[in-house]
Design a protein around this ligand. Structure first.
Ligand code: ADP
Length: 496
């Protein structure tokens, strides 16, 4: 049975969507538009303005004006916090619409979007709203050895970085917008946000809510368009002070190059992963379901997906067969159909990419325990897949697949697994399943990853910092750690 789409959502998708610049809805300067498809069918879902370099420039100008001269720069922290809180409230008031849009545009089950993506996005704004009044500097007693007898008063100020470009991916479109906008706004920056071309819709509805909350014109601008044009123009813009990016490591490196070739803008990067999920012999039975959830949640389209499953040898067959049984039982279908547990991948491109990995695994000699290919002929569905008999040098073991595909390997000891788990260019997340709490913490210490989950996986919270070691990124999002990347520290010294 298909979940009925709200009238307001129907209206939203049947009206061509425009860019949001300086508080106004506007066509792209070129007049171009692009289609965003429904990944469950491949049919056009909505028509969206295709912003490019000129629109990015307009949006950056608006953001600069709002930063330098607008009411935003004069607003008290308390007032700013109240407006950000209101965004969280409005997200909750529009939760059903946002969940439906997310499901239609991204493919994820509407129930999951309603239970996870939307409330987490609201909570992020609520959490960050509280920080607006708590951005503080320090007073520092200084010595200055070459000025004996001199007296000083020194203190630091934490100031907003300025105009921030934010480039986000398609796997959690609304939530990624929240992770980016919350800390930027609470610290007083202004923003040009570019959603992913595959999933532009929820960020546009969010822009409506942001305006309704009373955020002044020009503080948040949303420019939809493609990565190579709009995204690249934002990364290269000389009047953008910082870019916050979430996406592939490959594009992350392009953003670093664009910063270096332009104004050396500050960067935070949340990139790829190939996260190890480690099940010891003494793990509770729930580890099997945990391992399945670690990889299959959001169809494996999570940068932190537990895509390398390591099981201690005595339990290997039981755990891996258990995950395979769960995989076989997952109900695939359109995100808007009730009962669907896994929707389609986001795009034709991702379908080709993921099935390409599956073929490479087979040709390199791995064994497909379950799944292994496309599901159905319509839309972009891939079967939940478990692969064994792998070698560490295989492409499917080394590279991020970003689909519902897990590779499983046995291990013997804690020392061996610590080494193997860290044998990756990535370092985003890791899972540990054991009843031995000292073993768990000993291993957590050894893992080179930004997040370690013990006897759980995919637990996120607005107050927990998230980000990567190694090529999984620079900086942290969420928690108070995120505020550092959105502020500059100014040291002021007065001689008394
Ligand atoms: P994925 O491979 O998961 O689609 P990408 O890293 O390609 O992820 O995309 C993440 C975001 O980066 C999207 O908003 C996309 O439009 C943008 N993007 C892609 N290429 C570039 C680029 N060259 N410069 C800036 N942004 C880009």
């Amino acid at each position: 049975m298909t979940v009925t789409v709200d009238r307001s959502v129907e209206d939203f998708i049947t009206t061509p969507r425009q860019l949001f610049i300086d508080g106004q809805w506007t066509d792209a300067a070129s007049g171009q538009t692009f289609e965003t498809p429904n990944p469950a069918t491949g049919e056009t879902l909505a028509q969206v303005a295709e912003g490019d370099a000129e629109d990015i420039h307009r949006a950056v100008r608006a953001a600069r004006r709002a930063f330098d001269d607008g009411p935003w720069s004069r607003m008290t922290p308390s007032d700013r916090g109240r407006l950000i809180w209101k965004i969280g409230d409005l997200i909750l008031e529009h939760a059903d619409e946002l969940a439906q849009l997310e499901s239609l545009d991204n493919g994820k089950p509407v129930g999951v979007a309603r239970a996870a993506d939307v409330p987490l996005a609201a909570d992020l704004f609520h959490y960050m709203a509280g920080w607006a009044t708590k951005i503080e500097g320090n007073t520092i007693n200084i010595s200055v050895p070459y000025m004996p007898g001199a007296n000083f008063h020194s203190y630091t100020l934490r100031e907003p970085v300025g105009v921030v470009g934010q480039i986000i991916p398609w796997n959690f479109p609304l939530l990624m917008a929240a992770w980016k906008l919350g800390p930027a706004l609470t610290t007083g920056n202004t923003v040009v946000l570019k959603p992913a071309e595959q999933t532009p819709l929820s960020a546009l509805l969010l822009a409506q809510l942001i305006a309704e909350a009373g955020i002044p014109d020009g503080v948040v601008n949303v420019v939809t368009g493609f990565g190579e044009t709009a995204g690249a123009a934002l990364a290269a813009h000389d009047d953008v002070d910082k870019v916050a990016f979430t996406g592939s490591t490959e594009v992350g490196k392009l953003i670093v190059a664009a910063s270096g070739a332009s104004n050396l803008k500050k960067l935070t990067l949340e990139l790829g992963g190939k996260s190890p999920n480690i099940v010891f012999d003494d793990a509770e039975a729930g580890a099997v379901e945990g391992a399945a959830n670690a990889i299959f949640f959001n169809h494996g389209q999570c940068c932190v997906a537990g895509s390398r499953l390591f099981v201690q040898e005595d339990r290997f067959d039981e755990v891996v067969n258990g995950v395979a049984e769960i995989a076989k039982g997952i109900k695939l279908g359109p995100g808007m159909e009730s009962g669907t547990q896994m929707g389609p991948l986001v795009s034709e491109e991702q379908l080709q990419r993921v099935t390409g990995f599956l073929e490479s695994g087979v040709s390199e000699g791995a064994t497909t325990l379950t799944g292994g290919g496309r599901f159905g002929d319509n839309g972009y569905f891939v079967e939940p897949t478990v692969i064994t008999n792998t070698r560490p040098d295989m492409k499917i073991v080394r590279e991020e697949i970003f689909g519902p595909v897990v590779v499983a390997e046995p291990f013997r000891s804690l020392d061996e697994i610590a080494k193997e788990a860290n044998n990756s260019v990535y370092g985003l997340g890791a899972g540990i399943w054991t009843r031995d709490i000292s073993k768990a913490h000993a291993l957590a210490k050894k893992l080179r990853a930004g997040t370690v989950w013990i006897n759980c996986y995919n637990v996120f919270d607005a107050s927990l910092p998230f980000g990567g070691y190694k090529q999984s990124g620079w900086g942290r999002e969420m928690g108070h750690a995120a505020l550092e990347a959105y502020t500059e520290v100014k040291a002021v010294t007065a001689q008394l």
